[in-house]
Design a binder for this molecule. Sequence first.
Ligand code: IPD
Ligand code: CA
Ligand code: CA
Length: 286
Amino acid sequence: MALPSPETLQLFLDVATEAAQAAGAVLKTHWGKLQSIEEKGRPGDLVTEADKNAEAVILATFRRHLPDHPILAEESGVIAGSETQYCWAIDPLDGTTNYAHGYPVSGVSIGLLIDDVPTVGVVYDPGRDRLYRAATGLGVTCNRKPIQVSTTAKLQNSLLVTGFAYDRHLTSDNNYAEFCYLTHLTQGVRRGGSASLDLAHVACGELDGYWERGLKPWDIAAGIVLVREAGGIVTAYDQSPLDLSSGRLLATNPAIHAALSAALQATPPLSTWSDVDKMATVAPLS
Ligand code: IPD
Ligand code: CA
Ligand code: CA
């Protein structure tokens, strides 16, 4: 992948920022006043007028500034463009379930893949009015101040986050066993409900690590850039290079990456946690 000049990356970052802030304004307008909450197909996979209207202002911003760039947007799908090395992965409202319930943890996520490599990322959290921005080689900021991942050195001292995809009712590969095991091994595992904010919270050191399966590029493209520029590591569960199309990732500070990877691969079956004698065979880390 040929990285564009810093000036070009900065321009892309500024366009993504303008789009994310415009979408954030739309999300604030609809907050607490939703008229329409529909299921998109799978149970629990919701879409509201906030998702649709926020996506519309993002797409309008890109049409104005970067009309030849291809886009993959959650609600509109693929929008072709002649600059085929680029693809903007856009989630206008990441955390729709939280938003629809009035739980203030959701955000706008706009990431640029260059030849499939996440390279520019903007995540806006309207609930906390936080703007996270990063581009490869240009660093990462939250509200214009540099951020970095945590220094927590041991898995047993870590606070993690994960999530459960909409197909969790249909597959036993649903992350339930991993959630129990990591809850057993650490100071806690949170379920934030917004993959892009989960990654942003790892990038700013509020959380030490994140893993999840069943993710789409629009959930994670931006957040991956945030974590990497903040000094974190993002890979597949087994530490091999990230494959976005797998929908699975592991993002942590550098100190706990190997230990969390090992734990994910050694997860005991879910039945372990229904029986206190079986549980006792799984020692917490010391
Ligand atoms: C969801 C959130 C959630 C994750 C799901 C995503 P949506 O995105 O990021 O945290 O667990 O897998 O689909 O549907 O709110 O945009
Ligand atoms: Ca999402
Ligand atoms: Ca969404």
